[in-house]
Design a protein around this ligand. Structure first.
Ligand SMILES: NC(=O)c1ccc[n+]([C@@H]2O[C@H](COP(=O)([O-])OP(=O)(O)OC[C@H]3O[C@@H](n4cnc5c(N)ncnc54)[C@H](O)[C@@H]3O)[C@@H](O)[C@H]2O)c1
Length: 344
């Protein structure tokens, strides 16, 4: 069983700490807010400031401090301050400690900002004297403890195998699929996850507006599309990236619906951006017009997809993972082969 220190004992910190305690690990909560510390102590939990941590008795540190946005820009001051304090703690022990970034931070933060701070403050080398990992949290605030206890996925990003091994050991009992990647990939996965959710909500809000203007039921439209659109029921659909959509229907229907909306003086910002994104990609990827180049590209896609299949072993049940087309009359199927475009 691991001895854990949770640095930042708010929503995520407490859900994380309680979840690991239930699996038998010993957990000490750290915070800068005396009221939070007092509340945790009153609840019978081990809590205090970082200065009170006995570093010889620590195996894993989880950084779950706040990373707020101010004027739309992320503030990393809290997590950097916490990293400096943890680094100073690492200097006091010869024990191998794994430092896990669990706060949401922009891609490259763990490798380019947090790790150097830890190394400078400890005078030690990451990956040799101590471990560093990025392990994003996907819980919902309203359901934090249950979501931590029953994760639908666990992402562990680290460049060192000893650290990955330790994280596997502590997360395996939660039973979710564990995705191994680099810290930057883990950070990217967290943002892409949230932004994809936001895009989907905004898309259906624009659909809702148009439905209202037409006097029709947007709930019926949304709920039916949730069953009819392949991108809804096939989780790999459209996730590969690098290839513009094509085929007989998507370019034609997106353009036609955009003009129809514009003729009425209405907005559909996401559709506008979607068409523009595809045009830009088509301009950057002219090579897809050549069958040889397509095969070359598909080989790369296929290699990535094999990795993805290992990550999502059940993907096959969703109909083979078809993706948007690259040429009229063709699209890429889930097994990386060209296939005739379906009538969609
Ligand atoms: N709340 C969610 O639903 C949720 C879900 C997934 C990820 N996240 C991310 O997890 C991180 C934490 O979010 P939260 O909702 O738990 O925030 P929170 O505000 O509830 O808790 C953060 C805690 O960190 C403490 N803190 C700040 N600086 C500190 C320092 N230097 N040392 C020790 N403690 C310090 C604060 O006092 C506070 O108690 C954020 O990056 C957030 O984006 C949040």
């Amino acid at each position: 069983m691991a001895r854990m220190v949770i640095v930042g004992s708010g929503v995520v910190g407490q859900a994380t700490g309680k979840g690991f305690s239930k699996k038998g690990h010993s957990v000490r909560y750290v915070d800068v807010n005396p009221q939070t510390i007092a509340k945790l102590r009153n609840a019978g939990l081990s809590a205090g400031t970082i200065d009170e941590v006995v570093w010889d008795n620590v195996d894993v540190v989880l950084l779950t401090v706040s990373t707020p946005s101010v004027n739309g820009k992320i503030v990393l001051d809290h997590i950097e301050a916490a990293a400096r304090q943890v680094g100073a703690g690492l200097a006091k022990t010869d024990h191998y400690v794994v430092v896990v970034v669990r706060s949401t931070v922009p891609p490259t933060t763990t490798e380019e900002r947090i790790t150097p701070i830890l190394e400078r403050a400890s005078g030690k080398d990451a990956g040799i004297d101590f471990g560093v990992a990025m392990n994003p949290e996907f819980l919902r605030q309203t359901n934090s403890e249950q979501d931590f206890a029953r994760p639908w996925i666990t992402v562990v990003g680290s460049n060192d195998s000893r650290t990955l091994h330790i994280l596997h050991d502590i997360y395996r009992p939660f039973g979710a699929l564990i995705v191994e990647c680099t810290p930057t990939e883990a950070e990217m996965i967290k943002y892409v996850n949230n932004i994809f959710n936001a895009v989907k909500i905004s898309y259906f809000n624009e659909v809702h507006d148009i439905c209202q203007k037409l006097g029709i039921d947007s709930n019926l439209v949304g709920a039916t599309v949730a069953r009819s659109a392949e991108s809804m029921w096939n989780p790999l659909y459209g996730t590969r990236g690098g290839v513009p959509y094509g085929g007989a229907c998507l370019p034609k229907d997106t353009a036609a619906f955009m003009s129809w909306v514009r003729e009425r003086g209405w907005d559909h910002l996401i559709l506008e951006a979607t068409i523009e994104t595809n045009h830009r990609l088509e301009a950057r990827v002219p090579a897809v017009a050549s069958p040889d180049k397509i095969d070359e590209m598909l080989e790369k896609v296929h290699a990535r997809e094999e990795a993805a299949q290992n990550v999502f072993p059940t993907a096959g049940v969703f109909g083979g993972g078809t993706a948007p087309g690259i040429l009229d009359g063709e699209h890429i199927s889930g097994n990386g082969k060209k296939a005739p475009i379906e009538n969609n």
